[in-house]
Ligand binder design. Structure first.
Ligand code: IPD
Ligand code: CA
Length: 279
């Protein structure tokens, strides 16, 4: 019988192959006209749908009783099954993908009632498979990895993103961005939340924060960070409510996480109101 670990790797590899092939073909012509606008500043390419369908078809065939939450197709399967939920982002970094920027990933988490159990983030261009299993560890292409040894925000290289789909939040988000800029070593905005988290998990980055994300952006990456020895919470410092997650602060360790959590505090009130909480 195939183990869950090899199954999830197979899913990401199959999805990654489709995304990589379409990305390489894309180099010959501009695919921006093939893109559908889901909502303001929210795009979906032909590739997102194809990758998600492929992954879902394989899960359905192997585990017909499991529940699935996909970025493009929403929730499907047995809603009563709280102990077996797949959360899928078929192409995290769609905007990069459609612009021909090779920073995107397939993100898949398998969760039970306590949260993610096993997760992968796969970068098909770099051929990097980040895999974590709860209470077992973190691997990059089968080699065990850990978060960085950075111990203070002052020395930290920090990834972030603006809540670009929510203009009402921009002023407050810029205030936080500017305070973090003064407090840390430097900041990066690469455009794929799952890879930002994977990079924190393996020590390339020391921390990452973003408000406006969805569970499919971060479910897999959160587990990677924790299994690498880091800390990942929402802006309130909580780890519950994975399916309603709209913010994340992740760091190499509790010290850097605590410092960054204090920096994002001015944005916490937004979590209780539109656009981040249902009105
Ligand atoms: C987005 C990317 C981006 C982040 C957004 C996400 P998508 O996911 O991860 O880096 O800033 O919040 O929605 O739309 O490319 O799957
Ligand atoms: Ca995403």
């Amino acid at each position: 019988m195939t183990s869950l670990r090899s199954f999830i790797v197979e899913l990401a590899t199959a999805g990654g192959q489709i995304a990589r092939d379409l990305f390489i073909k894309r180099a010959d012509h501009d695919v921006r006209h093939e893109v559908r606008v889901k909502a303001d500043r929210d795009y979906v390419s032909h590739a997102d749908g194809l990758v998600e369908d492929t992954i879902i078809r394989r899960i359905r065939a192997a585990h017909p009783s499991h529940q699935i939450l996909g970025e493009e197709s929403g929730t499907s399967g047995h809603s009563a099954n709280q102990d077996a939920l797949w959360i899928i982002d078929p192409i995290d970094g769609t905007t990069n993908f459609i612009h021909g920027i090779a920073q995107f990933a397939i993100s898949i988490a398998f969760c039970d009632a306590q949260g993610p159990v096993i997760a992968v983030v796969y970068d098909p261009i770099a051929d990097e498979m980040f895999l974590a299993e709860r209470d077992q560890g973190l691997w990059l292409n089968d080699v065990p990895r850990r978060t960085s040894g950075c111990t203070s925000l002052r020395d930290a290289l920090v990834a972030n993103a603006m809540p670009f789909r929510s203009p009402a939040v921009h002023d407050d988000a810029l205030t936080v961005f500017s305070a973090v800029q003064r407090a840390c070593d430097d900041q990066r905005r690469a455009g794929a939340a799952s890879l930002d988290l994977a990079y924190v998990a393996v020590g390339r980055l020391d921390a990452y924060y973003e408000i406006g994300i969805h569970p499919w952006d971060t479910a897999a990456g959160e587990l990677l960070v924790r299994c690498g020895g880091g800390v990942a919470t929402d802006y309130r410092g909580g780890t519950g409510e994975l399916l309603r997650r709209r913010s994340i602060v992740a760091a190499a360790n509790a010290g850097v996480h605590g410092e960054l959590l204090a920096q994002v505090a001015p944005l916490v009130p937004w979590l209780a109101r539109a656009p981040f909480a249902p009105v």
